[in-house]
Design a protein around this ligand. Structure first.
Ligand SMILES: [Zn+2]
Length: 281
């Protein structure tokens, strides 16, 4: 249930042959219901749709339109991303939090993020979204970005049909629970060659890996080590891996304030993955 078994495999060439059998429309969940003013197009990819009212209401200025669509720039669609080259090596960094929603750690981390005015990106496991819908709703309500992390979080090689089900079923529960559509995908364990990432790419998801890890799945490390790992490896455009679910993550909760404080002291500001991708040169 964790990413502790990351193989370190780099994605070289992934066959997209299975994409031939897939159609965009059949993979799409129900039309947006929370953004009623959005034009409905049966043939547009949800990963590229914008949540923009067709005709802004007069009161739009005073109304916050929450972003429920985490799309990615075309250059990142179907690509694997470890880190982003940002202009002038600006000190921006993205915290990514995997395997939730989870009790009680997700809400504890949300409290810390809110206190520090930090937005993160959560990669959700479908079956845990189903188990903890209220937590999922809170994550979205507080402005964090969301990615798809499969339904069962398996590492083994799967058929194209199973890969499709893992990802599309998760996309559906995320949408049904929160109204979110996302083009962000992270493969469980970071495995890029078991069929899951290949399916995601065939559907124009961006496959988000990481440039540095807190190593918070190490069962023996003290939480201070997680902080040290993150601060040591911080780089402009970096993507930091940590977990709120998949096990007891109380040490990650303890580490989070120190990570945020230390990164701020180093001059970093925090962005979500979509924000980071948008900054790419
Ligand atoms: Zn995971």
């Amino acid at each position: 249930m964790t990413d502790s078994c990351w193989s370190g495999n780099r994605d070289k060439i992934m066959s997209l042959a299975i994409a031939v059998a897939m159609t965009a429309c059949s993979a799409n969940p129900a039309p947006l219901s929370k953004v009623k003013s959005e034009p409905q197009s049966q043939h547009s990819r949800y990963s590229t749709q914008k949540v923009t009212p067709a005709t802004p209401a007069p009161s739009a200025k005073s109304t916050t339109v929450k972003n429920l669509n985490f799309s990615v720039p075309v250059k990142f669609q179907g690509k694997t991303v470890y880190q982003v080259e940002v202009p002038n090596q600006e000190k921006v960094i993205a915290l990514t939090i995997d395997d939730g929603p989870w009790k009680p750690t997700t809400t504890q981390m949300l409290d810390i993020l809110k206190q520090n005015n930090v937005k993160a990106t959560f990669f959700w496991v479908g079956k845990t979204v189903q188990a903890h819908p209220q937590i999922a709703k809170r994550v979205v309500a507080e402005g964090h970005a969301i990615g798809n992390h499969t339904w069962n979080h398996g590492y083994r090689k799967v058929s194209p049909a199973v890969a499709r089900n893992e990802i599309e079923r998760t996309a559906r529960i995320i949408y049904q629970t929160t109204g979110v559509k996302t083009a962000l995908f992270r493969p469980p364990g970071g495995y890029l060659n078991n069929g899951l990432a290949a399916y995601a790419k065939s559907q124009k998801y961006s496959v988000l890996m990481w440039s540095q890890t807190s190593a918070d799945t190490d069962p023996r490390a003290k939480y201070q080590v997680f902080v040290k790992n993150v601060l040591r490896d911080a780089q402009p455009g970096g993507i930091v891996l940590m977990h709120d679910g998949g096990g007891n993550r109380s040490r990650t909760v303890k580490a989070l304030p120190g990570m945020i404080k230390g990164l701020k002291q180093k001059g970093y500001r925090f962005v979500t993955i979509p924000e980071l991708l948008a900054m790419s040169q």
